[in-house]
Every structure is written in structure tokens, then in C-alpha cells.
Design a protein around this ligand. Structure first.
Ligand SMILES: C[S@@+](CC[C@H](N)C(=O)[O-])C[C@H]1O[C@@H](n2cnc3c(N)ncnc32)[C@H](O)[C@@H]1O
Length: 261
């Protein structure tokens, strides 16, 4: 029997590894590293390899690196067109996982995929690998290790709970933030925002808690009334993106409520 561990590694610093993630990594014979294209590629790969060396200082594992097809952004496409390109992207990734599990993993061995943040949030690797495994002739047992997500680190860094008393919290993409009615938003986390979609919420009596490169050595935080910090936030984002060539950010938009805690 082959084994495949999908391991959440937290959002950008080895300190976020859980004991469970470290134990799973110690069982791995071969790490599959899917390399994204673009300017952040080397940094993101270096981080995962640093984590591997820290947990496995004596080595004893193989490493297989494959280019990862780029995530479609296409904020301008309508829902159906967007879903179609995401389906193509997933099909290509499933093809890669099938090849890796067939050719690069021996019987009795364990493969490890180190997944950013928490693999249960805005990451379809679990469903893709599960779908692939159902098609393979030999059995592969899949295991999932939850991780700390960028959402949790955002809240911790700003020293706020995710929800106020009795309130719910929603997690949406930048794509959704582009179309949602701002008047309906009370307490929402936005991820995968390639467009500074928080601009749509100006004049709505909102607070924003923003974090870039959360958990990493370059972490940047901005918080305040959205109308007041908007210009600063746009400047910070532009500067960071120009400096590193890539930016991962997450933010909470929260409607101000008199007397709320
Ligand atoms: C594909 S999703 C993966 C989320 C990940 N599974 C998690 O639990 O954090 C990528 C998005 O997560 C957020 N993200 C991930 N790491 C981050 C970080 N270190 N700082 C800020 N946002 C981050 C950003 O919104 C980014 O666009």
C-alpha cells in the first residue's frame, strides 16, 4: 500500500508547524514540491525546503520538484467562464498528482505534500488527490494534517477575535468581494484578492484589519477605519508588490457597531 500525507505547514514561517505536522513529515519518504511560476517562486520553495531540513536534519528523504500550473486569476471573467478555466487548472493538477503517485512513489512508501496554511481552506489539493487516488490501480491511503491558516495568524497579530459576541464571520475571495453588496457585509475575511477589493467598502463605516506576508519575517500590518487608512493601504500594497514582485494578503472587514466588543 502507498501512503500520501497532505500536510498543512502554516502561512510562511516554520514556527507555525504543529507537532502533528512534524510527526507526519518524519514518516515521509518522498516530498513532492510543486513549484509555482513567478517572482515569489524561489522564496516559497526555499521556505518549504527550510522546513524539511529543520524537521529532517539528517535527510533520508527524496525530493521531486515539478512545475505547478499557475492559478487562474481572471477577475474580469463571469462565473461560468471562470469555473471553466479553474476546471482546466484542476485537471492539469490532477494529471500531475497521478503521475507523481504512480511513478515517484514505491509500494510501502509515504509521499508528503507540504501545503500552505491550512489545507482545508481555499486549497483543493485534498479533493484533487482523493479523486486521483480513486482512479489509480494500486491503493493509496491519504492522510490530512490540518494547519494554522493565514486567517488565524491575521486575527492573532491584530489581537482580535474573528467574531464579536453572537456574530458570525464569513470568509470570501477577492472575486466575491468585487460583487457582494457592501451594505450586507458585517464581518468578513477576504483572501485571494488580486484587486484591492476593499476599495468598494469605503463610506460604509467599516474597519479593516489587513496583513501582508503574515507570519513571515517581512510581515506588514495595517488597521483602522477603512476610510482613513485606504490611501496608506494602497501605497503599502504597491510598495510591497514592487519590492518583492509578489504579495499575499488577507484582511478582515468589520462594520463598526456602537458598544460592540
Ligand atoms: C490559495 S489560498 C491558501 C490559503 C491557505 N490554505 C491558508 O489556510 O491560509 C492563498 C491566499 O491565502 C492568503 N494567505 C496565505 N498565506 C498568507 C500570508 N502569509 N499572509 C497573508 N495572506 C496569506 C492570501 O489571501 C492568499 O491569496
Amino acid at each position: 500500500m502507498k501512503h500520501c500525507m497532505l500536510i498543512g505547514i502554516g502561512p510562511g514561517h516554520p514556527d507555525f508547524l504543529t507537532l502533528q505536522a512534524m510527526a507526519a513529515m518524519r514518516r515521509v519518504d518522498v516530498f513532492f514540491l510543486l513549484e509555482k511560476a513567478g517572482r515569489g517562486k524561489d522564496e516559497l520553495l526555499a521556505l518549504r525546503r527550510d522546513i524539511m531540513r529543520r524537521v529532517r536534519p539528517d535527510g533520508g528523504y527524496r525530493e521531486v520538484r515539478v512545475p505547478s500550473p499557475p492559478r487562474p486569476r481572471a477577475v474580469d471573467l463571469d462565473g461560468a467562464a471562470y469555473r471553466a478555466i479553474v476546471a482546466d487548472w484542476h485537471a492539469e493538477k490532477r494529471r500531475i498528482f497521478a503521475e507523481l503517485l504512480t511513478r515517484e512513489l514505491g509500494d510501502g512508501e509515504t509521499a508528503g505534500l507540504l501545503l500552505w496554511g491550512d489545507p482545508l481552506l481555499y486549497d483543493q489539493t485534498i479533493s484533487m488527490v482523493e479523486a486521483v487516488v480513486r482512479t489509480l490501480p494500486e491503493p493509496v491511503q491519504v492522510g490530512v494534517i490540518a494547519g494554522i491558516s493565514a486567517v488565524q495568524v491575521l486575527a492573532a497579530r491584530h489581537r482580535i477575535p474573528l467574531n464579536r459576541v453572537g456574530e458570525s464571520v464569513q470568509i470570501i475571495t477577492g472575486r466575491e468581494a468585487e460583487t457582494v453588496d457592501p451594505a450586507q457585509v458585517h464581518n468578513v475575511i477576504v483572501m485571494l484578492d488580486y484587486n484591492a477589493s476593499f476599495r468598494r467598502f469605503v463610506g460604509q463605516d467599516m474597519e479593516i484589519y489587513w496583513g501582508g506576508y503574515l507570519g513571515g519575517d517581512d510581515e506588514v500590518l495595517v488597521a483602522g477605519a477603512l476610510d482613513e487608512v485606504l490611501e496608506e493601504l494602497l501605497r503599502v500594497k504597491a510598495r510591497l508588490r514592487a519590492h518583492k514582485g509578489w504579495l499575499m494578503d488577507t484582511y478582515l472587514l468589520r462594520r463598526r457597531v456602537q458598544g460592540a466588543d
